[in-house]
Design a protein around this ligand. Structure first.
Ligand code: ADP
Ligand code: MG
Length: 697
């Protein structure tokens, strides 16, 4: 069934096949419906006209009325450009075009007052605007709006006069034609409760605001709607899964009690206790658990994992813990072995380098149910690894594993899907987590164990290197160890390696008295491991490395982290790196080295690191700087559906929309009630839209 909104844009009066093809290509917009959703990204005051004498390069876009005095073409071939000299009673300036010259020439009317609009720049002594919007003064409507919409467009579109003004003209035709066809998508109850503008009004107002208040309400309404349907979809997914998947009831705690009473080496933090309770509630519920545990580096996720394992084992099930690298799997194994031993529980490690004979034993013990705890890497996922009764699978550092791999874990138990705990130290703001991991429940360990000394972070320039070396020496002499990390940027591996090797050389020369380790991506796994182990054992004092050490490695005696070219790292990555220190009793330090000249973003990143140790705060800034698109999994999560809503800024609206979606699902999970008919219709529209896309791309 095709609707009005599926009509192709070439049929909008004044568009036609040629322009339509260009818009298709440049903006990915094909239909009326998509065009209507090409919302302005900001609004400008178009009541103000500048005089030429007032214009300078510091101004953003300016609007002026002037006459063209002279037109000439300068240069030839690819450098050809068109220059027009315009004047008003206060002076003259230039307009320039580099593309679409034959079109532009036709539009220029010498001697006639015209309205020009664009960003002024200075060329030598002259001010100039490149590719300005323009129209004859006569066509100017009586009053211009305070809220002239500004639309996204591209160079190629601008060259064909599909600049923001050109798109606005299309809207002037399309919006009035569409209004009678637009149907409400939200139930009346929700409209009322959140005092939302009606859909029709919102579309009208977003393109042609009649005032600030109306514009605000239109934006609110449209953002709410986007979040609402996104959340509805995710929650529905989760609902379907929990309905389908029965879980093994794991409700016993004998081993936990023994461990608590006799072996627990420290008091758990309140946050650790809460998260364990949340997981326990899931595990004994009869539904399969799919829970994400977010905890900043050092928040003690491993102990939470171990106690959850004890719950599962008390209830007669087996457990596994999967880590993304061999180094990490090894560390988890070494870390948990003593506890397992105290509890009289067998534990084994399975990685790519486990010997064949050992593997065989592990496989057999698993099948017989004699091995309650298995730690490992991806090797755990191989089909040959079969359990007698896997009850709990824990995945550390989730972002390195995909959803598909999680599903492979589920398949390891034929009767019941095992409960799944995913642990991540990549803090993501709650709003984003709700969206990215909408199908997981989320627990947050938002408290560090007591008595931790906050890491001291400073920013130093390359010229201070000698002082930094002096500080390193002093710390090493006091018995500590030091990391020196170099960035790794894939585009130029050779350069990076050279960079790293040069750094190694200079450290080697500066510290002839201390043994130095080096680890980088080009080394064989065994060599990497060997070097890493030397550092772990304290045989080497300085570890020079690329970001391979970013995740999880635990060397409590290492108390100094030096990050070279820190301006080249992302914020989350810097935070992860910093988390490698501050794990022991000693005061730890993180020194961010950079060149002197820094971009605004780089400076904000470094300043943020110096200012705070809080992973969630850092994640917020990161999200603002990079946008959610850069975070993983955006494709599947439906983030790309957000046209006007912004996860980094609209958290409050998201929470409201999620609540509303949750309520609706509780009351009417199949959208059968007559008052919710529009919800079902909208879901179907979106589904059809998605299918169209999968056909096209
Ligand atoms: P992460 O969350 O980064 O994986 P870990 O589980 O490696 O953190 O814990 C970091 C360190 O803190 C470990 O040495 C661990 O033994 C210790 N630790 C964990 N919980 C507590 C606690 N409640 N009190 C004191 N130390 C703790
Ligand atoms: Mg960890």
């Amino acid at each position: 069934m095709s609707t009005f909104f599926d009509t192709r844009i070439e049929f909008i009066r004044g568009v036609g096949p040629q322009k339509a093809a260009l818009i298709n290509k440049e903006l990915n917009i094909f239909t009326y419906g998509e065009m209507l959703q090409h919302y302005p990204f900001r609004y400008e005051d178009r009541t103000k006209f500048y005089k030429i004498r007032e214009i300078n390069e510091d101004l953003e876009n300016v609007q002026l009325i002037a006459k063209i005095r002279k037109i000439e073409t300068i240069g030839d071939g690819r450098r050809k450009r068109l220059v027009a000299i315009i004047e008003d009673e206060t002076g003259e300036m230039e307009l320039t075009w580099f593309q679409g010259l034959q079109w532009v020439v036709k539009k220029l009317m010498p001697g006639v007052p015209m309205v020009f609009y664009g960003k002024p720049n200075r060329y030598g002594r002259k001010m100039s605007i490149a590719h300005p919007e323009m129209e004859p003064l006569t066509s100017l409507q009586e009053q211009r709006s305070f809220f002239q919409p500004v639309y996204n467009t591209t160079e190629k579109l601008r060259a064909k006069f599909l600049d923001s003004r050109g798109i606005s003209k299309i809207m002037e035709v399309l919006v009035p034609a569409s209004l009678p066809q637009i149907q409400e998508t939200l139930p009346p109850e929700i409209i009322r409760r959140f005092n939302l503008q009606e859909k029709k009004a919102a579309i009208q107002q977003i393109h042609f605001p009649s005032g600030l208040e109306e514009l605000k309400r239109a934006r609110f309404r449209l953002k709410f709607e986007e979040f609402f349907f996104l959340q509805l979809r995710l929650l529905k997914l989760k609902l379907t899964r929990t309905e389908k998947s029965q879980g093994q009831v794991l409700g016993q705690t004998e081993l936990v009690n023994v461990f608590y009473k006799e072996h627990l080496p420290f008091e758990l933090t309140g946050a650790q206790k809460r998260v364990i309770r949340e997981a326990f509630t899931d595990m004994k519920s009869g539904k399969q658990m799919n829970r994400l545990i977010q905890g900043d580096v050092g928040s003690g996720k491993t102990m939470v994992a171990f106690i959850c394992m004890l719950i599962a084992i008390s209830s007669g099930a087996q457990t596994c813990l999967m880590a993304p690298t061999e180094i990490l799997a090894n560390q988890h194994f070494e870390g948990l072995k003593p506890y397992a031993k105290l509890m009289g529980l067998r534990i084994a490690l399975l990685t790519g380098s486990t010997k064949k004979s050992e593997r065989k034993i592990i496989h057999e013990l698993l099948l017989q149910g004699e091995l309650p705890i298995l730690i490992g890497t991806h090797a755990l996922l191989e089909d040959i690894v079969q359990f007698k009764n896997l009850g709990l699978a824990i995945v550390d550092e989730q972002h390195r594993f995909g959803v598909a791999q999680r599903a492979k874990l589920w398949a390891k138990n034929e009767r019941f899907w095992p409960h799944v705990l995913v642990m991540t130290a990549t803090p993501i703001p709650r709003t984003l987590a709700m969206t990215l991991y909408g199908d997981l429940d989320i627990s947050v360990i938002d408290e560090l164990p007591a008595g931790r000394k906050p890491i001291e972070t400073v920013h130093r320039y390359d010229k201070d290197r000698l002082k930094v070396f002096g500080f390193m020496r002093q710390q090493i002499l006091a018995g500590r160890q030091v990391y020196v990390v170099y960035p790794l940027i894939e585009e130029s591996e050779v350069m990076d390696l050279k960079n790293l090797m040069d750094g190694y050389e200079s450290i080697f020369r500066a510290f002839p008295e201390f043994p130095v380790s080096i680890v980088h991506g080009n080394m064989k796994a065994a060599d990497k491991d060997f070097e890493m182990q030397r550092f772990v054992k304290g045989e080497t004092k300085i570890m020079v490395a690329t970001t391979v050490i970013e995740v999880g490695v635990n060397v409590p005696n290492a108390s100094v982290m030096i990050v070279e070219n820190a301006e080249r790292f992302g914020l989350s990555q810097l935070h992860q790196l910093r988390g490698r220190v501050g794990r022991g009793a000693d005061q730890s330090y993180c020194i961010l080295m950079s060149k002197y000249e820094l971009s605004k973003d780089s400076r904000l990143r470094l300043d943020t690191m110096v200012r705070t140790n809080n992973g969630f705060e850092i994640a917020d800034v990161d999200l603002r700087l990079r946008g959610p698109g850069d975070l993983m999994g955006t494709q599947q999560s439906g983030l790309t559906d957000l046209l006007i809503a912004d996860l980094s800024k609209d958290a409050t609206i998201l929470t409201m929309a999620r609540d509303a979606a949750q309520n609706l699902l509780q009351e009417d999970p199949l959208f059968e009630k007559p008052e919710n008919v529009m919800v079902l219709r909208q879901i179907q529209v979106q589904r059809k839209h998605e299918m169209n896309w999968s056909r096209i791309s």
